[in-house]
Design a protein around this ligand. Structure first.
Ligand SMILES: Cc1cc2nc3c(=O)[nH]c(=O)nc-3n(C[C@H](O)[C@H](O)[C@H](O)COP(=O)(O)OP(=O)(O)OC[C@H]3O[C@@H](n4cnc5c(N)ncnc54)[C@H](O)[C@@H]3O)c2cc1C
Length: 366
């Protein structure tokens, strides 16, 4: 019996558990290590903040999936991996050995070495930390006019800035929300058509956009940009960039320049083929693609096939990333911007499409 160790209950492992319910892995004893019995679905998080969803509507019940799939669940954080000795260390010090492992650990916000950021800013991940801080902010906003800074104007930062603005205004406690982009635009990874639309939507919804503003220092109640300008903020939310679990660098697995595990097209570690990685944890060697849930979901199918093939001695599949992914960016109220390649569209009907897609994704796990 081979020991398969799954680290992290992300999109790819949730989808894998779901498949294992109907078709268990022959010849393997499977253990999943993840800190929470549920997984908060990031695609619906801005909708939760805006007040369109209840927490239980955006959670995947990982514990129930594991139970039904016959997978042992360990509610802990992995804190180290020794690829040479094939063992992972958990937060409480226990060590778990494996014959085959798969990493789907997601990512953390990247502080980019900015002094004070990890101390004084609220990280968007883990989502539980952010949601607790958001609850406290709402209480505070009911008592006084808050100025909230959001650092990072990619899709996640834009969506959360707009969702917070909408929720606070709807609750009768409008706050000033300032979104900081270190680039000349918001949504720098997207096409100019989407960037123009989002600039207009941010202005319409009264979210202040500060472009070319690289934050270089964070203190309690203020941040400073690269031009030396200091901005007072009652709270600072950090949504910038993606960083891996820091211990991956010391694992012995080959990692990319940022510390994410380098995998080949079959999602196996380039130096340790018995370790797979998927979702944000993985960087495809020679063909890196953006870190987003859309790709993590695509990894899931290949990961499942290749774990089965490795255990049964079959042929492994290759993952071919799609060139462009559709992005559906919610705008606080029930309105959405869709962008794919060069085009961008917006409307209330697109929010209904996004809502339908997101609910369908969650419901498949019930
Ligand atoms: C506000 C916001 C909105 C977003 N919206 C979208 C969107 O609409 N569409 C999209 O495609 N992407 C979106 N993203 C990006 C998306 O969140 C990530 O790319 C995606 O979640 C990565 O999926 P994953 O499967 O790699 O890991 P995740 O889904 O992040 O899961 C990682 C899992 O690993 C667990 N874990 C973490 N550390 C450890 C540890 N040390 N030991 C054990 N387990 C651990 C976590 O608890 C979690 O269960 C958004 C991001 C943000 C911040």
């Amino acid at each position: 019996m081979k020991r398969l160790l799954l680290l992290g209950g992300g999109h790819a492992h949730a989808a894998l558990l779901f498949k294992l319910i109907a078709a268990p892995l022959a010849g393997a004893r499977v253990t999943l290590v993840t800190p929470k019995p549920y997984q908060t679905y990031s695609g619906m998080l801005p909708g939760l903040v805006a007040g369109h969803y209840r927490p239980e509507e955006i959670q995947i019940d990982i514990a129930a999936l594991a139970h039904r799939a016959g997978v042992e669940l360990v509610l802990e954080n992995a804190v180290a991996l020794n690829a040479a000795r094939r063992r992972a260390t958990l937060g409480e010090g226990r060590e778990l050995e494996y014959d085959l492992a798969s990493l789907n650990l997601g990512s953390l916000p990247n502080w980019f070495g900015v002094p004070g950021a990890s101390e004084f800013a609220i990280p968007v991940k883990p989502f539980e930390t952010f949601l607790a801080a958001w609850d406290a902010l709402r209480v505070d906003a009911a008592k006084r006019l808050l100025r909230i800074g959001v650092v990072g104007a990619g899709a996640g930062g834009v969506e959360l800035a707009l969702a917070m603005r909408f929720a606070l205004a709807a609750g009768g406690a409008p706050a000033e929300i300032v979104l900081f982009s270190d680039r000349p635009v918001a949504l720098p990874e997207h096409a100019p058509a989407a960037q123009r639309r989002i600039a207009r939507l941010l202005s319409m919804e009264r979210v202040e956009l500060c472009v070319d503003t690289r934050i270089v220092r964070v203190e309690a109640g203020a941040l400073t940009d690269a031009h030396g300008k200091r901005e007072a903020c009652d709270a600072i939310l950090w949504v910038g960039g993606a960083a891996p679990q820091p211990w991956l660098r010391e694992s012995g697995l080959r990692v990319d320049k940022n510390g994410f595990v380098l995998v080949d097209a079959t999602l196996r570690g380039v130096t340790h083929p018995e370790v797979f990685a998927a979702g944000d944890s993985a960087t495809l060697d020679g063909a890196p693609h953006p870190k987003s849930g859309v790709y993590a979901i695509r990894h899931a199918t290949v990961l499942e096939h290749n774990l089965r093939a490795t255990l049964a001695g079959g042929t492994l599949e290759r993952y071919v990333p799609q060139k462009e992914a559709l992005a559906l960016i919610s705008i606080g109220r029930k309105y959405c911007l869709a962008t794919h390649g060069d085009w961008a569209l917006e409307g209330e009907w697109l929010w209904r499409v996004k809502d339908w897609i997101d609910r369908r994704w969650i419901r498949r796990f019930e």
